[in-house]
Design a protein around this ligand. Structure first.
Ligand SMILES: *[C@@H]1O[C@H](CO)[C@@H](O)[C@H](O)[C@H]1NC(C)=O
Ligand SMILES: *[C@@H]1O[C@H](CO)[C@@H](O)[C@H](O)[C@H]1NC(C)=O
Ligand SMILES: *[C@@H]1O[C@H](CO)[C@@H](O)[C@H](O)[C@H]1NC(C)=O
Length: 234
C-alpha cells in the first residue's frame, strides 16, 4: 500500500487537467468504429479528420481556438439526419443512457460523427495542463462543441424532442440548450418542439407550468415554433 498510494494520488491529476492521454488513437479508433460498425456505409477519411483537428489545435494557443479554426475539420464530416428523430437533452444524461433501447430511435449530438469522436475528451495545445473552460472564451473544447451543437440544431427538422430534468432548478438553462441550440433551431424546418420534463421520485422542482421551462415556452412561442410540453415521472 505504501507504494501504490502515491501513484494513485498523482495520476488522476494529469488525466483531469491535461489533454486526454492517447487522444490521437482514441479519436482515430472511434472514427473507424463509427464508420465500420455504427454507421457502416458512410465514407469518411479518419486520418484526414485527425490531421485537420490537430492543425486547428496545435497552430493556436490554448485559449485561442475559435469555431472557425475547426471549419476544415467539419467540412470533412458532413452528415445528414432523418427528420422527426432529433433529441436534445440537458441534465438528463442518466436517463438517456439507461434507456438506450428506447432512445436508440432518436439522434442526439453524441450520435453524430463529431459527437462520437470527441465525447468526454479534453484537449488543448499544452498537453499537460489545459485552461479551465471559464478562463477563456475561445477554449478549444468549447469552440468545437459550440460549432457541433450549432450544426446539429440547424439540421433539426420535423418533430424534435427536448428532454429536460424537472428535478433541478433552471432545467432550461440559457447557458446550455438555451443558448447555442435553441438559437440555431429553424422554425421553418421544425414542425413541433415536443418538450418532455422528467422528474425524479425526490419530487419535482419545475414543470411545464412552473420555473424556467415557462421561459423556454415563451421563447419558442415568440419565435413562431409550435410546441407541446409533457410532465412525466421516471
Ligand atoms: C489570439 O489570437 C489573436 C488573433 O488571431 C491574436 O491577436 C492574439 O495574439 C492571440 N493570443 C494569444 C495568447 O496567442
Ligand atoms: C436530474 O438531476 C438530478 C440532480 O442532478 C440527478 O440526480 C438525476 O439523475 C437527473 N435525472 C435524470 C433523469 O437524469
Ligand atoms: C408531431 O408532434 C405533434 C404534436 O405532438 C403530433 O400531433 C404529430 O403526430 C407528430 N408528428 C410526427 C410525424 O411524429
Amino acid at each position: 500500500f505504501d507504494i501504490i498510494v502515491p501513484q494513485l494520488c498523482l495520476c488522476p491529476v494529469q488525466a483531469t487537467f491535461g489533454t486526454t492521454p492517447n487522444i490521437k488513437h482514441i479519436v482515430i479508433g472511434r472514427c473507424f468504429t463509427y464508420t465500420t460498425l455504427v454507421q457502416p456505409g458512410l465514407r469518411y477519411d479518419c486520418e484526414e479528420i485527425w490531421r485537420q483537428f490537430e492543425k486547428a489545435v496545435v497552430q493556436h494557443a490554448s485559449c485561442n481556438v475559435t469555431e472557425e479554426h475547426y471549419c476544415e475539420m467539419f467540412n470533412m464530416m458532413p452528415q445528414v439526419w432523418p427528420c422527426d428523430r432529433f433529441l436534445f437533452w440537458s441534465k438528463t444524461r442518466m436517463l438517456v443512457h439507461s434507456y438506450a433501447a428506447v432512445f436508440r430511435h432518436f439522434w442526439t449530438l453524441e450520435d453524430t460523427l463529431v459527437g462520437f469522436l470527441f465525447n468526454d475528451l479534453i484537449w488543448c495545445f499544452n498537453f499537460n495542463s489545459c485552461p479551465a473552460w471559464s478562463t477563456c472564451r475561445t477554449h478549444p473544447v468549447y469552440s468545437l462543441w459550440k460549432r457541433a451543437s450549432q450544426n446539429f440544431a440547424e439540421m433539426a427538422c420535423g418533430n424534435i424532442t427536448v428532454l429536460l430534468n424537472g428535478s433541478i432548478t433552471n432545467a432550461f438553462n440559457r447557458k446550455m440548450f438555451g443558448s447555442v441550440e435553441l438559437d440555431s433551431l429553424n422554425p421553418q424546418r421544425v414542425n413541433y418542439v415536443n418538450i418532455k420534463v422528467v422528474t425524479s421520485p425526490e419530487g419535482p422542482h419545475e414543470s411545464c407550468s412552473q420555473g424556467s421551462i415557462v421561459e423556454l415556452i415563451q421563447i419558442l412561442w415568440s419565435r413562431g415554433f409550435r410546441w407541446t410540453c409533457t410532465d412525466s415521472d421516471l
